[in-house]
Design a protein around this ligand. Structure first.
Ligand code: AMP
Ligand code: TRP
Length: 344
């Protein structure tokens, strides 16, 4: 690990379902790479067990897992500086999730808006796993006693639940602050990148319309077309963020530009105030192509060697298990489960 004397431990996860969008990149992965450069421990997990809460074609799941590793490496994650692994290779996640299923209350889970969105109208037909998804997420984080979790805005409620589970465990078993209460890191101009077709809807890997999102593996032509067709309004860009109230599509494009160029949205508006979208959109497209296309080129090159990718996951999982296993053993001790002598 980078610096074990440092109190801060970063953990985050991402599902191997579909291509990464610019929303995932700006809301999560770009910030993961920045945090990697700081002194804290950084642990990043491909949450394949979370993906399994809705049916996945087994062959595709293996492929999308490898594709996701390739994208993360192409975005700048370095397996020498961060631990990068897939969840199912470290049994601590499922083991702790079971304990947390016994700590979390059904009422807490009933309030989760992501379950309501994903289960849709017929909740009775959703998998038990989809309902219990947030307890597995709490286990992901707390199996490492992580203190900080960089995520997009949509994960805030799950983080609050994680804190509730940690507090109740500490209290029920009278173990002080055995589990830390992890802080969400939801920062920057792009914590919620919106659909290019509807500024009220989150950009998502699973939206039926491919023109609602920019994927990290889109060609430069496609990126240009998608930005050209992005929904806007007939007014020029104003000079203050306040004036973008009620103009969600315009605000979204400004936020994307700001996050891509590492500037504040206010500064971007200063540059483009009074300009029409016919001027702004080509600039945004150029910036997007400049940042995204090199990532997709690297990703394609990396995917030519699936063995290399599997090795990274294997090594990452071994290191992750070395941190998580002793914590799980302590949890079992606390809960009163008898362990084999060799496991103590
Ligand atoms: P998921 O694709 O649901 O596994 O999400 C992976 C990470 O990307 C999480 O931290 C999400 O909060 C973040 N994320 C997903 N979609 C967006 C979006 N449209 N804007 C900002 N962050 C996002
Ligand atoms: N639930 C997150 C999402 O859908 C992914 C995730 C799983 C996660 N476990 C995590 C994120 C732990 C942060 C920490 O995006």
């Amino acid at each position: 690990m980078k610096n074990s004397s440092n109190e801060k431990r970063i953990f985050s996860g991402i599902q191997p379902t579909g291509n990464l969008t610019i929303g995932n990149y700006l809301g999560a992965v770009k910030r993961w790479v920045k945090l990697q450069a700081e002194k804290s421990d950084t642990i990043y997990c491909i949450v394949d067990l979370h993906a399994a809460t809705t049916w996945q074609d087994p062959r595709e799941l293996r492929e999308t897992t490898r594709e996701l590793v390739a994208s993360l490496l192409a975005c700048g994650l370095n397996p020498k500086e961060s631990i990068l692994f897939n969840q199912s290779q470290v049994s601590a996640h499922s083991e702790l999730a079971w304990i947390f299923n016994c700590v979390a209350r059904i009422g807490w889970l009933n309030r989760m808006t992501q379950f309501k969105d994903k289960a849709g109208k017929d909740k009775e037909k959703a998998s038990v796993g989809l309902f219990a998804y947030p307890t597995l997420m709490a286990a992901d984080i707390l199996a490492y006693k992580a203190t900080h979790v960089p995520v997009g805005e949509d994960q805030k409620q799950h983080l609050e639940l994680t804190r509730d589970i940690a507090s109740k465990f500490n209290l029920d078993y009278k173990v002080g602050d055995f589990f830390p209460l992890p802080e969400p890191l939801i920062e920057g101009a792009a914590t919620r990148v919106m659909s290019l077709r509807d500024g009220q809807k989150k950009m998502s890997k699973s939206d039926a319309s491919d023109f609602s999102r920019i994927n990290l593996n889109d060609s430069s032509d496609l990126i240009n077309q998608k930005i050209k067709k992005a929904k806007t309004d007939p007014y020029p860009l104003p000079d203050s963020l306040d004036e973008l109230q009620g103009r969600p599509e315009a605000l979204n494009l400004i936020n994307i530009y700001a996050a891509l160029s590492d500037r504040a949205p206010e500064t971007v508006l200063e540059e483009f105030s009074g300009r029409e979208f016919s001027y702004f959109k080509p600039k945004l497209a150029e910036l997007t192509v400049d940042q995204i296309c090199p990532i997709s080129d690297k990703m394609k090159a990396l995917l030519k060697d699936p063995n290399y990718i599997d090795c990274i996951l294997h090594e990452g999982s071994t290191t992750a298990a070395q941190i998580a296993n002793p914590i799980i053993h302590e949890v079992y001790e606390i809960v009163g489960l008898i362990r084999k002598r060799s496991q103590l």
